[in-house]
Design a binder for this molecule. Structure first.
Ligand code: SF4
Length: 126
């Protein structure tokens, strides 16, 4: 059996429907960059706050541990990775997204977009 190495997209599997069932959620261990609109949908930034300074928002979210960085040039926020790996919103036990209905655009589009479009680091849960 071939082993999937998340850091080597050449080992990934071609994505097919149903592949997410029982998967360990490797895609949710990769760095996730989100926009302000994603943070509003997630409910961690209010519409009112979004009208103010984006740098101030970034500072607050970093203080609260929700994002780890913010890039002014692209206006992208990096979600914090728990244990240096899991997405801030991933349930480490069930390996399911805790905000699935409100998840960021980039998560909705994966694996159509990503390091190897159309392929994913699918691995069964142990
Ligand atoms: S927001 Fe949800 S779907 Fe997106 S990476 Fe985090 S846990 Fe996964």
């Amino acid at each position: 059996m071939s082993l999937v190495d998340i850091d080597r997209p050449s080992t990934w599997k071609f994505y097919r429907k149903g592949m997410c069932d029982g998967c360990w959620g490797g895609c949710c261990t990769m760095p996730v960059e989100v926009r302000l609109s994603d943070l509003i949908r997630l409910g961690v930034v209010s519409e009112d706050e979004a009208l103010g300074s984006i740098k101030k928002i970034a500072k607050r979210l970093m203080k609260e541990g929700i994002v780890s960085s913010y890039r002014q040039g692209t206006e992208l926020f990096m979600l914090t990775q728990k244990y240096g790996r899991d997405c801030y919103f991933l349930d480490s036990k069930t390996r399911l997204c805790t905000v699935y209905e409100k998840r960021p655009d980039v998560c909705r589009e994966f694996p159509s977009i990503g390091p190897r479009p159309g392929w994913c680091p699918a691995t069964r849960q142990k």
